[in-house]
Design a protein around this ligand. Structure first.
Ligand SMILES: *Cc1c(COP(=O)(O)O)cnc(C)c1O
Length: 425
């Protein structure tokens, strides 16, 4: 079967499913599923490209992409082909054995980044856990610290496991989950002096900073880009002290910023970085990559049952190769500029409502004025009613993270909805 006919078959099959379904029973869902999410009253059933349909067959333009995850949109022919082929061939074996697909993905990532080696897991939090473990071992064995500490930023986001909520510099994610993990200290983002002060204050006896963990652009914290001068100075400090510079590329990486990795905007390379969200295009996979000098793991020190299995790795490699083959980064830059210019024009028209538009490539935020009643969630709800899916990044920032294959016409359509919504606010 050709890729195109596989694609059509997948689309036809999902259309069939929708014929039987009518309205969605949220009550029985909420009884059976833990209430960890505040969900919108919308049940999505199928998708194609940048569009998704709910159980009542209503169409939405998807500028959420599973939160910056569906790199190639929905039901992309290349993904359908790889998923089908790999599940028929071999989908899971243990890391007791060599896994060719894992090696191929690692080689692609290493060739297309400043890193030398990769470790695979299943999510962003797990990738950051791996980076934290590696940094602590490096702190003990190379920097000879009894108590290696990690600096992270206020308003950061690194995941929901115990170590990563501790790394996350936002108390709302930590409340009631203490005692938190020891060994983390927080500094304001984009503030060199604060980092320098923390390093010297924390350097006493057995204590010392082993690593600085930062997002090149803070995603959940409100789509806040890192500043070049800040990151270049941190690179210099880390080179002088042996402290590791670790970047969380989980949201901004894999082409979303218009460059493959967010750090390429900052003119510095990290010692370690993590990837997840966009890496598998929606199939769960995470990765931690490092330079060889700080790859201090020995066999048996870190592992994941599912991590790097043939299925997830084959899919992620397809995402990587499709980005390359279809020159998708060029689309990200062009569509990103179009989107920011359009949002900026709307912001200029409604200065009482909109404070700022900012972002890189196809990760953009529209910040609402602090002194208005309107919240990001209000804008997201109003846009949803008009057939456009958006996601807040904090209480006052509306985030735009469409699939990287979004077209010029789709960006125009999204802008028309935002204009209509802001006019009505
Ligand atoms: C989403 C996110 C994470 C957590 O990823 P999960 O796959 O949900 O564990 C970590 N860091 C950043 C920057 C993220 O955006």
């Amino acid at each position: 079967m050709s890729i195109q006919s596989l694609f059509e078959q997948a689309t036809i099959d999902s259309h069939k499913g929708s014929v039987q379904s009518s309205s969605f029973d949220t009550e029985s869902f909420n009884q059976a599923v833990m209430s960890t999410y505040a969900r919108f009253s919308l049940a999505l059933e199928r998708g194609s490209g940048c569009r998704v349909w709910d159980t009542q067959n209503r169409e939405y333009l998807d500028f959420v992409a599973g939160i910056a995850t569906c790199t190639l949109g929905h039901a992309h022919p290349a993904l359908v082909e790889t998923v089908t082929r790999q599940i028929q061939k071999l989908h899971h074996v243990s890391n007791l054995y060599y896994i060719p697909e894992q090696g191929d993905l690692a080689k692609w990532l290493v060739q297309n980044s400043g890193a030398d080696r990769a470790f695979f897991c299943n999510s962003g939090a797990e990738a950051n856990e791996a980076a934290i473990k590696l940094a602590r071992k490096y702190g003990h064995t190379v920097l000879e610290l009894e108590n290696p500490l990690i600096l992270t930023a206020h308003a950061s986001f690194h995941g929901r496991t115990l170590a990563t909520i501790t790394a996350t510099g936002q108390p709302k994610y930590q409340k009631h989950f203490d005692p938190l993990m020891p060994g983390f200290h927080y500094v304001p983002y984009n503030d060199v002096e604060a980092v320098e002060a923390a390093i010297s204050e924390l350097d006493s006896g057995d204590n010392g900073v082993a690593a600085i963990l930062l997002e090149p652009l803070q995603g959940e914290g409100g789509v806040r880009p890192g500043e070049i001068a800040y990151f270049q100075k941190l690179r210099q400090i880390c080179d002088e002290t042996g402290i590791l510079l670790i970047f969380d590329e989980v949201q901004v990486g894999m082409g979303r910023s218009g460059k493959l990795w967010g750090y390429e905007h900052l003119g510095v390379e990290p010692d370690i970085f993590t990837s997840a969200k966009g890496l598998g295009g929606g199939i769960p996979i995470g990765a931690m990559l490092s330079k060889s000098f700080c790859d201090v793991f020995q066999p048996g020190e870190h592992a994941s049952t599912f991590g790097g299995n043939p299925f997830a790795c084959a899919v992620a490699l397809t995402v990587c190769q499709t980005l390359e083959r279809e020159k998708i980064l060029q689309n990200v830059e062009a569509r990103g500029e179009q989107l920011r210019a359009g949002l900026q024009a709307i912001a200029t028209k409604y200065p009482q409502q909109i404070a700022e538009v900012r972002g890189w490539g196809l990760i953009n935020g529209m910040e609402l004025q602090a002194d208005t009643q309107t919240t990001a969630a209000d804008v997201v709800k109003a846009a949803m009613d008009e057939g456009l899916l958006l996601v807040p990044a904090g209480p006052k920032v509306v985030r735009f993270v469409p699939p990287l294959i979004v077209t010029e016409a789709e960006v125009d359509q999204a802008l028309q909805v935002v204009e209509k919504v802001m006019a009505a606010m």
